[in-house]
Design a protein around this ligand. Structure first.
Ligand code: ZN
Length: 412
């Protein structure tokens, strides 16, 4: 078995664990930076290695439309294509089909929609999405699901949740069928000498030729849906868990417009209903306070575009809440973005300099803020892991949240 989840210590629902994948271990709880289009915007894979990222995300919907999953497959799979030889998870595109695409028509077989790029007609079925995710070749692949807005009524939530479970069975059958098929041919990789001028203590991802030459085993994660209706969530979790021995579970359809207490209540419900022996991945949730609340409720993996999207808008996470670097008050501020942050931005640059880059529309500004924000969440989860291991997670979380919430969030 290529995938294993090893729980090392627990404190109530929170746990510190290691999720073993064919491309290496992921220490949890962990934040996974999002590389929707096979790039974590503005960051080089070597930046991600240096800041300790272990698993990153790609998106099946986006990569299918551009450049095409067939192109990615021909280029040796997603790891090789984007020069990342750590674990990758691909989202199935359910969320994008139901949020980004235009003119959707849904039936039991699948969803017809227009590409948001060129308006071309597409039809996604659970089987096709599994083929796309197979071509991309990520370690963890998510099922194709029916995603609904956060405040949907009970009837729509039940309908979408039940359809997602029926589609899950089809995803599993297709994955099994594909795994029995002939091996997927991949490009032979050129070997080259590592560049001696680049100091990368762990490895040089682009030059070692260590990418797997054949497709590894993939772990299909189901997604628990059910809106903000506890009994639907509970039922969904129970029927999914009894259907198959899944390598892990996704929790979807949260942080999509519902209020925070409702989201935390759903996490409590799912925490009770899912087996504690497997990793849980809370999809699309990435604000610091939600990560901590999620960890306390037994969540192991998180992802969100927030750190890079906010970074491009001039907003930085700090231990004292969010900061908008474009504000005039930072014009001659000699401090780093966050005085206790160890990232490559905070250890070198002042707020005054980064503000100047934003005001002058310089690209380095976007990069420095994205770097800081991603590092902030990675290191937040490392601290949470340590607090679980030392049995201090409750106090640590209380103090952290108290300080963070004391400053009002700055909207950007
Ligand atoms: Zn920093």
């Amino acid at each position: 078995m290529s995938f294993q989840f090893e729980v090392q210590s627990t404190s109530d629902s929170a746990r510190a664990a290691v999720f073993h994948t064919p491309h290496g271990p992921v220490e949890t709880p962990a934040f996974m930076p999002v590389g929707t289009l096979a790039t974590v915007k503005t960051l080089d894979p070597e930046d991600l290695v240096r800041m300790g990222a272990t698993m990153i995300l790609g998106n099946a919907y986006h990569l299918h439309l551009r450049p095409g999953d067939d192109v990615v497959k021909e280029m040796g799979g997603l790891h090789r294509f984007m020069c990342w030889d750590g674990p990758i998870l691909t989202d199935s595109g359910g969320f994008q089909v139901f949020s980004l695409a235009k003119l959707r028509t849904l039936n039991e077989d699948g969803v017809e929609f227009q590409s948001h790029i060129d308006g071309s007609k597409r039809f996604f079925t659970p089987e096709l999405v599994m083929q796309i995710e197979r071509n991309l070749g990520a370690d963890v692949i998510m099922q194709f699901d029916h995603v609904i807005p956060g405040q949907s009524d009970e009837a729509s939530a039940r309908d979408a949740s039940e359809r997602s479970i029926r589609w899950l069975a089809r995803c599993l059958a297709e994955v099994n069928r594909l795994e029995l098929g002939p091996p997927v041919p991949h490009l032979k990789l050129m070997r080259a000498e590592p560049d001696k001028t680049v100091v990368t203590p762990k490895y040089v991802p682009t030059r070692t030729g260590e990418f797997a030459a054949q497709l590894q085993q993939q772990a299909l994660f189901p997604i628990v849906q059910g809106g903000i209706h506890p009994h639907i969530r509970r039922q969904a979790a129970a029927s999914i868990a009894s259907m198959h021995d899944w390598p892990g579970f996704g929790i979807g359809g949260l942080s999509v417009g519902e209020d925070k207490p409702a989201m935390y209540e759903m996490l409590d419900v799912v925490d009770e209903a899912l087996p504690r022996t497997h990793p849980r991945y809370l999809m699309g949730v990435g604000f610091p306070e939600d990560l901590i609340e999620g960890v306390l409720r037994g969540v192991d993996l998180f992802d969100c575009v927030a750190p890079t999207r906010m970074g491009r808008n001039g907003a930085a996470f700090t231990h004292d809440g969010r900061l908008n670097i474009k504000r005039a008050e930072f014009r001659t501020d000699p401090r780093p973005l966050d005085e206790s942050c160890q990232c490559a931005t905070c250890s070198r640059f002042t707020r005054a300099y980064i503000r100047h880059l934003f005001i002058a529309d310089e690209m380095l500004g976007l990069r420095l803020l994205s770097l800081h924000n991603v590092h902030f969440l990675l290191s937040l989860m490392r601290s949470a892991r340590q607090a679980i291991q030392t049995g201090t997670i409750e106090e640590w979380a209380r103090e952290w949240l108290l300080r963070f919430r004391a400053s009002p969030p700055i909207e950007v």
